[in-house]
Design a protein around this ligand. Structure first.
Ligand code: SF4
Length: 699
């Protein structure tokens, strides 16, 4: 916080929403009548050159909202009423201790989020395993990055969202954007793609909808949802047949090619085109554009990844990258376009069921021993692997998890098959939610703890490039609001683990995180707050304080022990949910420009809410006619799992066999009342993007 010379305050911060992490400054002006006005502008940083999208320009509105929680709430006689911190923390410690004694620590679940800072994500993992002693911790990033993360790890030996720099985008001669709507989800990245286009790049967008991003494409492959593997395999088959591959790269830098080549013999591009619902000629154009281009970058996002075969779908696109040798050199690479603000860092430091800090594995003895030594506990004190986010909901439903501590997430809106999730949460003996606003899940809690917002909490976030950025507090926390990390320390102390959680600042937590990550895949050891202040952002891996960081990956070797990347020839074994006479349409979901995640924050911003007030279903005019649905009419959408109602938005931008509903609204407008909970066997990503549904207009 500083003054602009006129007595007004200037707050330096970073947008809390998507994975670009644009830098911003907020001018606070006090009028003669005492009212305060806010003007927001972008500041250049390496990621966004001073641009902000509409979300970033209005982010402060939720942080300064009158509905901000400013003191703890406890449920008494069925109602959430104000309580003191002492009463709330005492009750939590008492109930946790009682649950541990009666049912064991595994009766307690901990659930985190991909918008938490690295420090809080790290501490939440330690809190679950050492403070509580439970194996059950996972987070909402399971629904965001798990497919791309597992695919990157298996293919390259390490998972970093973007293998090159954003600055490589304009150098690419062909860009594939598969299942990503950057124009609405990460708008400040668009200039990179526009510049690439000006430089002559051929841009291919793969999406069942003609999105704002598809408008800039030279080729839009408007495929049927869920057919991404068929498309990528058909492209690869054509590239192999035509010789548009890099044999030397394949020979020297990859493994598994022979098995893949053998499997490709069965791939028929004409049949793939039929199932994908596009022309074979379009697939041939895509294959030649990417295969023949000198340089190229492939991006995937949730459209490809939120499938029951999401892991293999990403790997099918990575097969293209490896076969053409378009990685590890300028203008080439692969990127998973992260959705959440700390989608990258949030998946590195231990809030995943199978993971310890620095991407270490909870099942690896050496990893467990190292982290135990950093934490000052015995390796056997660290519980084993837990289960994924949705599987935790199932365990609640089955009565196995009886207590839940939830921080930075809203699972009753964001999980698939919400009817089961709601039942599971209702069955809990005790639910604690830490949030800054009363989310749909917080309304169900026994205790709600008010946490600081992005304007008040200091911490690091790692953007989609793998660049670690420090966001410092710009304002003091209002009322009795506490920082999330502080709350974890307070509860741990009351559980008798205070010595292991005696931090007095986020920097102290980061200092421990650095050491815990040292030597791991996501090595932060060389990064310090002091360096981040000076250098503005540092790419991991950064193994020593004199190391410059690693903006560009895999120029010499991949991270597998033999230095080679791995093709996959595995085939999907999970059947997609199929349409039927009873459920004849495919429901798919996604985002809109004005909202973020489950909308808890953006729906409270007057400016953003005004841009998108309510949920809707996008439906093709022919489909609408078939069901006698008119523009703006209420439509009920039903799958085997449940139903919801939204207004229609008739548009020729979507396929006739598909309807699209955004994911930002809860209650009766929640698309996840109908989505599928079937999980990808590799990464446990639910199949959000394909649900068989029927629709009818509501009279
Ligand atoms: Fe930048 Fe993303 Fe925030 Fe928009 S939402 S201002 S693109 S960080």
């Amino acid at each position: 916080e500083e003054s602009d010379g006129t007595g007004n305050k200037v707050l330096h911060t970073q947008c809390p929403f998507c994975s670009v992490q644009c830098k911003a400054q907020i001018h606070m002006q006090t009028t003669p009548s005492g009212a305060v006005t806010y003007t927001v502008e972008g500041l250049p940083n390496a990621a966004s050159s001073g641009r902000l999208c509409v979300k970033g320009l209005n982010a402060h509105q939720h942080a300064l909202h009158s509905e901000r929680l400013q003191q703890p709430l406890m449920r008494k006689e069925g109602r959430l009423v104000p309580a003191t911190w002492d009463e709330a923390l005492h009750t939590i410690a008492e109930r946790f201790a009682a649950a541990m004694t009666a049912h064991g620590p595994d009766s307690i679940g901990v659930y985190g989020g991909g918008s938490l800072t690295n420090e809080t994500a790290y501490l939440l993992g330690k809190f679950a395993r050492i403070g509580v002693g439970t194996r059950y911790i996972d987070y909402n990033g399971r629904f965001c990055m798990s497919a791309a993360a597992s695919a990157g790890s298996r293919t390259f030996g390490i998972d970093r969202g973007l293998t090159c720099r954003l600055a490589d985008i304009p150098l690419a001669r062909c860009i594939i954007l598969a299942g990503t709507n950057i124009a609405e989800c990460q708008p400040t990245l668009m200039p990179y793609f526009n510049e690439a286009k000006e430089n002559g790049a051929f841009i291919i967008v793969i999406d069942p909808r003609a999105t704002a991003t598809a408008k800039m494409a030279d080729l839009h492959l408007q495929i049927r949802p869920g057919t991404d593997i068929l498309l990528a395999d058909a492209m690869l088959k054509i590239m192999l047949d035509e010789g548009w591959i890099d044999k030397q790269f394949i020979h020297e830098r990859t493994g598994g090619y022979e098995e893949l080549y053998a499997r490709m013999k069965d791939v028929d591009p004409a049949e793939a085109a039929r199932v994908c619902g596009i022309d074979e000629e379009q697939i041939r154009r895509a294959a030649s554009a990417y295969g023949l281009a000198e340089t190229g970058i492939v991006f995937t996002a949730r459209g490809v990844e939120q499938q029951t075969d999401g892991h293999l779908a990403v790997r099918a696109f990575l097969n293209l990258v490896l076969a053409s040798g378009k990685i590890g050199r300028e203008g080439c690479g692969y990127g998973a376009v992260t959705g959440q603000g700390n989608g990258q860092g949030g998946r590195e430091h231990g809030q995943k069921a199978d993971q310890l800090p620095g991407y270490r594995s909870i099942e690896n003895e050496a990893d467990r021993a190292y982290v135990a030594s950093v934490w000052g506990v015995a390796p056997e004190d660290i519980p084993g692997k837990g289960v994924s986010a949705y599987e935790m909901m199932e365990l609640m439903h089955q009565g196995q998890i009886k207590t839940l501590f939830l921080m930075g997430s809203n699972p009753v809106v964001s999980n698939p098959n919400v009817n089961l999730v709601k039942d599971g949460l209702e069955k809990l003996d005790f639910l604690v939610v830490a949030d800054m606003l009363l989310s749909e899940t917080a309304r169900m809690a026994d205790i709600v703890l008010p946490v600081s917002s992005y304007l008040e909490n200091t911490g690091t976030l790692t953007n989609l490039e793998g660049r670690v950025l420090l966001r410092e507090a710009a304002l003091p926390a209002p009322g009795e609001v506490h920082h999330d990390w502080h709350i974890l320390c307070d509860i741990a102390e009351r559980l008798g683990k205070g010595k292991l959680f005696s931090y007095t600042s986020s920097e102290e937590i980061f200092e421990e995180l650095r050491v815990a990550s040292k030597g791991g895949a996501a090595d932060y050891y060389g990064i310090t707050y002091e360096r981040l202040r000076r250098e503005e952002g540092i790419y991991w891996p950064c193994p020593s304080t004199d190391h410059p960081g690693t903006p560009f990956m895999f120029s010499e070797a991949f991270a597998h022990p033999d230095g080679k990347a791995q093709f996959t020839s595995l085939q999907n074994s999970v059947a997609k949910e199929a349409v039927s006479e009873e459920y004849p349409l495919i429901l798919t979901n996604g985002r809109v420009l004005a909202h973020y995640l489950t909308g808890v924050q953006t729906r409270r911003s007057p400016t953003l809410a005004a841009r998108s007030e309510a949920n809707f279903v996008e439906i093709h005019p022919d489909t609408a006619r078939r069901y006698r649905i008119e523009e703006g009419q209420w439509v009920e959408i039903e799958s085997e799992r449940g139903s919801f109602s939204v207004r229609s938005r008739i548009s020729g931008h979507i396929r006739k066999d598909t309807i699209f509903v955004p994911m930002h609204w809860g209650g009766v407008q929640n698309v996840n009342l109908a989505t599928s909970p079937a999980l990808d066997p590799f990464c446990k990503m639910p199949g959000f993007k394909v649900a068989a549904v029927r629709i009818k207009r509501v009279y």
